[in-house]
Design a protein around this ligand. Structure first.
Ligand code: FES
Length: 245
């Protein structure tokens, strides 16, 4: 048995825009979409360009649109699309570098704005050189630390598609990951960034980011919590005299 892949091809040095090329690959129960692409690369057409590394849903590099849905191709089985064909396209909302490879520079530029690292304070208890946490303190942020920067949420986000200035779901979810960490004291600085024009207020709560996340991080939930936090601050600022805030 075989299944047909309809794969986007794009050569930046060529005269034409993206085109579709068809490849028939073996349909095996245990084969993923990434296995199908690797079969093409190894046996049929060595010029096909795509990214991958770990093949186990950890590195986040193999994200592509599969039949219009952002997916980790190493965790998406060909048999789920039988009898086919299956469309394999680069992630939406990013410039294409070549074939299925997209340019992630925009995210790399935005991510540092939310300071995705622990901002310490000297009053934290240090025991033997370590900042200790209880299991409960770990649980508070653990799910948000599962983000693998695969960019599926950006590809699914209609707001980012319309307004590339929007800081985007993964950056906001990573901000919350550090805000929820008991060792961190950077929440104020992050909130100041996220309530700016291109921050959380850009989100119209479509929720696609949370739906497509392969690691069950919840960027949409993080965005709503930040909005609530900012709104509470505004209300307090309105109600309380300056000296009492
Ligand atoms: Fe690493 Fe798919 S190849 S997540």
């Amino acid at each position: 048995d075989s299944i047909r892949l309809e794969v986007t091809r794009y050569r930046p040095e060529g005269d034409s825009g993206p085109e579709v090329q068809e490849y028939d690959v073996p349909l095996r129960k245990e084969w993923t979409v990434l296995d199908g692409l690797n079969h093409v690369k190894d046996e049929v057409d060595t010029t096909l360009a795509f990214r991958w590394s770990c093949r186990m849903g950890i590195c986040g590099s193999c994200g592509m649109n599969v039949d219009g849905e952002p997916k980790l191709t190493c965790a998406t089985f060909l048999s789920d699309y039988a009898p086919g064909p299956v469309r394999v396209e680069p992630l939406a909302n990013f410039p294409i570098v070549r074939d299925l490879v997209v340019d992630l520079y925009d995210f790399m530029e935005k991510l540092p704005r939310v300071k995705p690292w622990i901002i310490r304070d000297d009053d934290l208890t240090v025991i033997d050189g370590e900042y200790l946490q209880t299991p409960e303190e770990l649980d508070a942020y653990k799910q948000f630390s599962m983000c693998i920067n695969c960019m599926l949420c950006y590809a699914a986000c209609p707001v980012y598609g319309l307004d590339p200035e929007f800081i985007g779901p993964a950056a906001i979810a990573l901000a919350e990951r550090y805000d929820l960490d008991s060792r961190d004291r950077g929440a104020r600085e992050r909130l100041d960034v996220l309530i700016e024009h291109e921050g959380v207020w850009g989100c119209t709560f479509v929720g696609e980011c949370t739906r497509v996340c392969p690691k069950h991080v919840d960027p949409a939930g993080a965005i709503q919590r930040y909005k609530l936090k900012a709104a509470k601050e505004n209300v307090m600022a309105f109600l309380l005299p300056r000296g009492a805030r």
